[in-house]
Design a protein around this ligand. Structure first.
Ligand SMILES: [Mg+2]
Length: 270
């Protein structure tokens, strides 16, 4: 079982004061916000907001990055103030901006017409099965089915398996969501690598928090060097070395990190 982050604070604290530059990167849904039935109503956990504002104050020594399956615009609106100088990666890294970065994966434009055709099929599913909602995120499409009744689940799964998908569109399952996005070798791990490289942060000074399957690519990217924190059930398979129980616990970790970095700030300037 993965150790809870508090079991490793002694080992981490010693290293933090030595770190000259730090990247704190995080997923949003289920990591910085509680999972909710309506994705539109997800909001930043108030304790995470306090911790992230403290970390923002430590810029430029501390850089912040947020990587999400949400569109860039959607992600930004959910991180008021804390995202001002941060790098934001939307659509699992297909679009990245902020912190001096401006990146758009070319596959985004190439697949839009295929996504338009697919959305006609997905809208039909939404009309036929209650509790299924389609979100168009520009570069990808997401079906949310958190509110589906259990008796409709088999029908939903059958309809998903019967979809006709263009060759350049891939299907991905997450927590009560099915996502359709360009079939490219590009994920949160690649996006994190690009952000780390852009800020010039040593890999052992990178923290990444996430809760879902798509975060595993980011965990792998920093495995053995950086500090990966899986948020949620500690028994679940994950490449992250550390665990936080839930978004509230993840906020406590960020708070702890902000305090250690604030202490280290004095020695950094001396
Ligand atoms: Mg998540």
């Amino acid at each position: 079982m993965r150790p809870h982050w508090t079991e490793k604070t002694d080992a981490m604290a010693g290293r933090i004061s030595q770190m000259q530059r730090v990247l704190v990167a995080s997923d949003f849904d289920g990591t910085l916000s509680e999972l909710v039935d309506q994705p539109k109503s997800a909001s930043l956990h108030p304790n995470a907001r306090v911790a992230l504002l403290k970390l923002s104050d430590l810029q430029p020594r501390v850089q912040l990055a947020f990587l999400s399956g949400r569109s860039l615009h959607d992600l930004k609106t959910r991180l008021p103030a804390v995202s001002d100088m941060a790098a934001l990666a939307g659509n699992h890294g297909l679009e990245i901006c902020g912190g001096g970065l401006n990146f758009n994966h070319p596959a985004g434009l190439e697949t839009r017409s295929a996504l338009d055709a697919l959305s006609l099929q997905l809208n039909r599913i939404c009309r036929q099965i209650a509790g299924v909602e389609l979100e168009d995120k520009g570069l990808s499409l997401t079906l949310h089915y958190r509110r589906i009744s259990s008796r409709d689940l088999i029908l939903f799964e059958r309809r998903i398996s019967q979809l006709w998908l263009a060759e350049n569109i891939g299907r991905h399952s997450g927590k009560m969501v099915v996502e359709f996005r360009p079939r490219v070798d590009w994920n949160k791990g690649h996006a994190l690598r690009l952000i780390i490289h852009h800020f010039g942060i040593p890999p052992d000074s990178v923290y990444y928090l996430g809760d879902d399957q798509t975060d595993e690519d980011a965990f792998s990217e920093i495995a053995g060097q950086g500090h990966a924190v899986h948020v949620g059930n500690a028994n679940g398979l994950s490449r992250a070395a550390l665990n936080a129980h839930d978004p509230e616990d993840a906020a406590k970790f960020l708070q702890w990190l902000a305090e250690r970095l604030t202490e280290g700030q004095g020695s950094f300037h001396r």
